[in-house]
Design a binder for this molecule. Structure first.
Ligand SMILES: *Cc1c(COP(=O)(O)O)cnc(C)c1O
Length: 422
């Protein structure tokens, strides 16, 4: 058997093309996938795992859903890319604009990162302001303005969260704790008229699944409106994951700009940003804020995304997915507690996180105080038992439509066994 991992470490930084895949937070080495089918992922040696990573979110129907695969094959045989507009892009735009509140105009891109970078540029271009506000522990892709963490002291200037991000740029990003209404008010009180936008996950998913406390989203909307800043709702993870039309529709939000990716691309490289026409008409070629992409709106990617969206747009899809997700999360908590562990869980739509803490956390610091060593052991125990959970206590787990009752039962049996030996 060839050692893929040895070869990968020679050729790819850390052996991977995206850091979380290297299993650094849990230790050990990742498996190489060769096949996916429904809820299952098969590794290069033929072992099968019940997959709750699901490509980190896109695969809400599971791996290789026949409708999605057929759409890709059909489109691919007519050409992979044209460099002219296609009807498929219209179809995608119509679905998105019909489903997502406030989405009047949309621009397709190739990743979530691209979507957030462009939304930030647009917000800065429209307002003529430079500062942005984000929440610590949220992830908005790897754009320079967004790889920023809080400096010391409340409402201080942001500092780079990566080498290579210039300090003067990072200083324009203010990072405050999620769910912290007071810090938010303080920031707007101090520099509100310099803030181009607040960018946020409406349900945080990149520090584990963290729900917004009552009044939090409303306060962001109030303040951004009062100070004439834009509200960018980053639904790259939550869009069509927590509900049809995303958290914006579920919670009745009124965002100025919205970022999408993951589920809308069904596993192809797809992102989108859009929002109110009064803002989107500033995008090139209509307006002076530049944005472009050789493969943006790619027909094969659009075919996959449209096929998935059409498949999940039916009554009870999300209520059933959420029921399954909540039941799984509840039962995991029950099993953990039965075996004497302090565990809790948040679940919404098709995403959840099991926390090794007796109370669900409300922000990044609280997630950091969960028992991470215990999660690591739990992760490896589950993997050995054939269940692939997120390889980090800061990632959400993603059940899909393909996770049937019997898949969930097998998962719970594995968990019972793993908790016993933890
Ligand atoms: C995944 C994610 C991104 C980045 O998307 P990529 O396609 O990985 O660039 C941005 N924002 C949120 C909320 C995400 O979950």
């Amino acid at each position: 058997m060839e050692d893929y991992w040895e070869r990968a470490q020679e050729l790819l930084p850390g052996g991977v093309n995206s850091p979380v895949r290297a299993f650094r937070s849990v230790g050990g080495k990742p498996f190489f996938a060769r096949r996916g089918e429904g809820a299952y992922l098969e590794d290069s040696e033929g072992a099968r795992y019940i997959d709750f990573v699901m490509s980190y979110g896109p695969l809400i129907l599971g791996h290789a859903h026949p409708q999605v695969v057929q759409a890709v094959i059909r489109q691919a045989s007519s050409g992979l890319s044209y460099g002219t507009p296609t009807e498929l892009e219209l179809k995608m735009a119509e679905i998105l604009c019909e489903a997502v509140p406030g989405l009047e105009m949309v621009r397709m891109v190739n990743s979530g990162t691209e979507a957030t970078m462009a939304a930030i540029r647009l917000a800065r271009g429209v307002t003529g302001r430079a500062r942005i506000v984000k929440f610590s522990g949220s992830y908005h892709g790897h754009g320079d303005s967004l790889l920023v963490k809080a400096g010391s002291g409340a409402a201080s200037l942001g500092v780079p969260d990566s080498l290579g991000v210039p300090e003067p740029l990072a200083a324009l990003t203010l990072s405050i704790p999620y769910n912290d209404i007071e810090s938010l008010r303080a920031v707007f009180h101090d520099v509100g008229d310099e803030i181009a936008a607040v960018i946020m996950e409406p349900v945080a998913g990149n520090m584990g699944t963290i729900l917004p406390v009552p009044g939090f989203l409303e306060t962001v909307r109030d303040l951004t409106r009062r100070y004439e800043s834009l509200w960018i709702v980053d639904e790259v993870m939550t869009g069509f994951r927590v509900a049809w039309g995303g958290a914006s529709r579920l919670f009745g939000l009124d965002p100025d700009l919205i970022c999408l990716a993951k589920v809308i691309g069904a596993g192809m490289p797809v992102g989108a940003f859009g929002g109110k026409k009064q803002y989107m008409q500033h995008i090139s070629p209509l307006g002076p804020v530049y944005q472009a992409g050789t493969l943006s709106g790619n027909p094969v990617a659009m075919a996959a995304g449209v096929a998935q969206l059409e498949e999940i747009h039916r009554p009870n899809f999300y209520s059933q997915l959420e029921l399954k997700t909540k039941e799984l999360a509840d039962q995991l908590v029950g099993l953990g507690r039965k075996h004497g562990f302090s565990v809790s869980a948040n679940a919404i739509g098709g995403m959840f996180t099991l926390f090794f803490s007796d109370r669900v956390p409300a922000n990044f610091d609280e997630v950091g105080r969960c028992d991470q060593a215990r999660y690591r052991k739990f992760f490896h125990g589950m993997l050995k038992s054939g269940v692939f959970l997120p390889p980090s206590p800061f990632e959400s787990a993603f059940p899909s439509w393909a996770h049937t009752e019997s898949t969930i039962d097998s998962t719970l049996k594995a968990a019972e066994h793993v908790f016993q030996g933890l």
